[in-house]
Design a binder for this molecule. Structure first.
Ligand code: KG4
Length: 374
């Protein structure tokens, strides 16, 4: 079984090709990565301090087909086309009216190449930015129609959960709690088996990554804010400003989060102070500490209460070194961390869900607020 997977939910265009070796058990030994490529859009969004959906859609449109060609070449699954089906190309043109650039590139691809041995196309259908999801789905549907390959619609967040199975040093024991923290999501998820999830807590407003990005912007730091704040926090040597930010909802009994108040607190504090380099370092230290304290405290309470045997992390924020250090120090259960390469958005995780989870949607359409297990 060879799966081509496509991920375009936010600001990464990603395509991966994996070969599953038959076993239904998710383990490194049971699949082979034939190709795994990502085109990041960070530079295009940097001037805006966050992801701009219209720009993200445009970037996906221009990146997808070149990435597809590169991926198939790397996996040696591309050959010259001998027969061109112009009827099918005309139908695809109609379906891609709103993705003209994608269509023009795809037309050239279909005329020139034939793809070999792909048994399934997996594509992210949500959650994510609708125009971005559409673009990936449109490519997946066109390829599926032209080459008669079955489609599988995948939940992006389940992908992040399965990314931590790629942890090289720990094996999962169930039940488990997953903390998914990215630019668009912050969720605590409980599960007893792959494919059956229960959201036990989530953010009521901003996601943790969004909070990093927005506070970084207030401080005049670059996008994405997480790594920038982290870098400045590490350089913090002084305590001139004596900053004490709140730890929102940390002591509430539920497992929900709220990060928008933190952003407001940073905004007000920064208006009352001169933004010097020392100020940025001290504020960064406090922002990172506040977010990490809340995430670690609530997650470990959930692990305890639900008697979980493993804790999984996923999403862009799970690359944060302070977060990892704190979890390593305080977690008594197995801690599964994705490889740094797979903390952020990637297509490999989408392919893995399509092979190892029963949660596959047959109706392929973008659902920007798709819930896990809906
Ligand atoms: O999962 P992801 O790549 O994209 C989606 O949001 O779907 O996550 C991106 C988020 C951004 O908000 C970024 O600031 C944050 O992850 N991030 C980090 C770190 N690296 C990326 N936040 C804190 N520390 C990091 N080292």
């Amino acid at each position: 079984m060879i799966v081509l997977s496509i991920e375009t939910s936010c600001d990464d265009t990603a395509i991966s090709i994996i070969k599953a070796k038959g076993s239904k058990k998710l383990d490194y030994a049971n699949f082979e990565v034939l190709s795994d490529l990502t085109a990041s859009q960070i530079e295009a969004h940097r001037p805006y301090g966050g992801v701009f959906p219209a720009i993200a859609k445009r970037e996906h449109q221009s990146a997808l087909v070149p990435l597809l060609i590169k991926s198939l070449k790397k996996a040696s699954l591309l050959k010259e086309s001998k027969l061109v089906d112009n009827k099918k190309i005309s139908k695809i043109k109609k379906n891609l009216e709103k993705n003209e650039e994608l269509f023009l590139q795809l037309k050239e691809f279909l005329t020139k190449y034939q793809i070999k041995d792909i048994n399934k196309i997996a594509v992210t259908i949500g959650p994510g930015l609708e125009p971005c999801l559409y673009t990936g789905i449109n490519l997946a549907k066109s390829l599926s129609y032209y080459y008669k390959i079955p489609l599988a619609g995948i939940n992006h967040l389940e992908g992040h959960i399965l990314s931590s199975f790629l942890s090289p040093n720990e094996k999962l024991e169930l039940p488990a709690i997953a903390l998914i923290v990215s630019g668009g999501n912050t969720q605590l998820i409980y599960f007893e088996k792959i494919g059956k999830y229960k959201i036990i807590g989530e953010t009521r407003d901003d996601a943790a990554g969004e909070c990093f990005d927005k506070t970084a912007r207030i401080l005049g730091l670059n996008y994405p804010g997480g790594p920038e704040i982290s870098k400045k926090a590490k350089e913090c040597k002084s305590n001139i400003y004596n900053i004490a930010l709140p730890r929102p909802m940390m002591n509430d009994k539920n497992y929900d989060f709220s990060f928008s108040g933190l952003k407001t607190a940073v905004l007000y504090h920064s208006k009352e102070n001169k933004i010097t380099d020392d100020y940025i370092k001290e504020m960064s230290f406090e922002i990172e500490s506040s977010i990490v304290d809340v995430l670690v405290d609530k997650t470990l309470r959930a692990v305890n209460e639900y008697k979980a045997k493993s804790l999984l992390l996923g999403g862009g924020v799970s690359a944060n070194q302070k977060l990892i250090k704190e979890f390593k120090k305080k977690t008594k259960v197995k801690l599964l961390l994705p490889n740094k390469k797979y903390t952020g958005d990637n297509a490999l995780m989408i392919g893995l869900v399509s092979i190892y989870s029963p949660n596959i949607k047959k109706i392929i359409k973008p659902i920007s607020n798709l819930r896990i297990n809906e």
